[in-house]
Design a protein around this ligand. Structure first.
Ligand SMILES: [Zn+2]
Length: 83
């Protein structure tokens, strides 16, 4: 991942990061143009979607997804699957 300084356009270096949630991290970055700019930033990076589920985890992902549906949608889906 490459992020450029919004002030001078130089490449940012990720100095450290911390976990906010299992799928979100906060990155602390500094401008590589230290002498003329020296800006520092924090960014929040989050995973949006699982594009390809990890092997062997598909069933648990589907079960979690179904369990997080509203009650009516979950019961409708279970009804459709049982036909
Ligand atoms: Zn800069």
């Amino acid at each position: 991942m490459r992020i450029n300084c919004e002030s001078c356009g130089s490449r940012l270096t990720i100095r450290t990061s911390r976990e906010i949630t299992k799928t979100t991290r906060e990155l602390y970055c500094s401008c590589s143009n230290a002498e003329q700019c020296g800006a520092t930033y924090s960014y929040t990076v989050s995973r949006n979607n699982i594009i390809t589920p990890p092997r062997g985890k598909l069933v648990s992902i589907v079960v979690d997804f179904i369990n997080n549906l509203p009650d009516k949608e979950r019961s409708d889906l279970i009804h459709k699957l049982s036909r």
